[in-house]
Design a protein around this ligand. Structure first.
Ligand code: IPE
Ligand code: IPE
Ligand code: MG
Length: 262
C-alpha cells in the first residue's frame, strides 16, 4: 500500500521524477489515461455521440475505484483536450453539461473516499460557473490523501510547456531568476502535476496509437499501453491487465539491463 509520503518521495528531483530509484515498484505510482472511443461506442449502437460520453462516466467511476482499491496513489484522466474545443458546438455543449452535472454528483463521494481532486489545463476558456465548481471541488478535497485524481480539461501538453516557459520568462524579466538557472528542474517545477511522480503507466483506449497532445513533458519515460477497448467498456479487468503488463516490463531509463539488475 502506498502512502502520501510515497508520492512526496518523487518530488522536486532534477530529472523530473524519473529516477532509477523508482524502479522496484511494480505497482504504478501514477497512471495517466486518454479516455478515447466514446463517440464510436455510441455510433456502433446507432446512438448519438453524446450517448457515448454519458456512458463513459461509469468507466471513470470504475477507474477511480480501482485505483483506491489497489493503492495506486495518483490518476490523471484526459477528459477534454485543447484541440477538442474545435468540435461541433452541440457536442461541446453536451460535454460541458456532463462535466457540470458530474461535478455536482460526484465531488461529495470523492471527498468521502479521501480523494484529492484537481483540474489541469487552460481553465480560462470554460464558463465561469463550471470553473467555479471545479475550484470548489478542488478546495473541498485539497487535504485528502488516498488518491490524487487529476482531470485534464482544455489541456494540451504544448500549452503546459508554453505556460511554464512564460512563467520562467516573467521571473527572469522580474530579476528573480537568471537565464542560466532555466534547467530541466526549473521547467519541471512550472508544468502541471510537478508535485507528483511522473506517470509510470500511460494508457490509451479506443485503438489509436498516439499521444494527441496529452502530458508531453511528464511522459518522457512512461510505459505506454494501448488497447482497442473503447472507453465506456473499460472495467477493473482491463485496468488489471494493463497493470500486470506494466509490472512485467523492464524500465531502464537509459541504463543497460545489467545496470538495472544490480
Ligand atoms: C473521447 O472520446 C472523449 C473526448 C475526446 C471528449 P471521443 O469523443 O474522441 O470518441 P471517438 O474517438 O470519436 O470514438
Ligand atoms: C484525445 O482524444 C483527447 C481526449 C480523450 C480527451 P481525441 O479523440 O481528441 O484524439 P484524436 O483526435 O483522435 O487524436
Ligand atoms: Mg477520439
Amino acid at each position: 500500500m502506498h502512502t502520501h509520503l510515497d508520492i512526496a518521495a518523487g518530488n522536486g528531483t532534477a530529472d523530473a521524477g524519473n529516477a532509477p530509484a523508482a524502479l522496484p515498484s511494480r505497482l504504478p505510482r501514477h497512471v495517466a489515461i486518454i479516455m478515447d472511443g466514446n463517440g464510436r461506442w455510441a455510433q456502433r449502437r446507432g446512438k448519438p455521440r453524446s450517448f457515448g460520453h454519458r456512458a463513459g462516466q461509469k468507466a471513470v467511476r470504475a477507474t477511480v475505484e480501482f485505483c483506491l482499491r489497489e493503492g495506486i496513489p495518483a490518476l490523471t484522466l484526459f477528459a477534454f483536450s485543447s484541440e477538442n474545443w474545435r468540435r461541433p458546438a452541440d457536442e461541446i455543449g453536451v460535454l460541458m453539461e456532463l462535466f457540470l452535472r458530474a461535478l455536482d454528483r460526484e465531488v461529495k463521494t470523492l471527498h468521502k473516499n479521501n480523494v484529492r481532486l484537481r483540474f489541469i489545463g487552460d481553465l480560462d476558456a470554460f464558463q465561469p460557473r463550471l470553473r467555479d465548481r471545479m475550484r470548489q471541488g478542488e478546495a473541498l478535497t485539497a487535504g485528502n490523501t488516498a488518491l490524487a485524481l487529476n482531470i485534464a480539461v482544455g489541456y494540451g501538453g504544448r500549452w503546459d510547456i508554453a505556460q511554464a516557459a512564460r512563467a520562467l520568462a516573467e521571473e527572469v524579466k522580474a530579476g528573480r531568476l537568471e537565464p542560466s538557472q532555466v534547467d530541466e528542474a526549473a521547467v519541471h517545477a512550472r508544468t502541471a502535476l510537478s508535485d507528483l511522480p511522473a506517470p509510470d503507466l500511460f494508457i490509451r483506449t479506443g485503438g489509436e496509437q498516439r499521444i494527441s497532445n496529452f502530458l508531453l513533458w511528464q511522459c518522457a519515460y512512461s510505459e505506454l499501453y494501448f488497447t482497442d477497448v473503447l472507453w465506456p467498456d473499460v472495467d477493473a479487468a482491463l485496468l488489471r491487465e494493463a497493470c500486470d503488463d506494466y509490472a512485467r516490463r523492464e524500465r531502464r531509463f537509459g541504463l543497460t539491463s545489467a545496470q538495472v539488475a544490480s
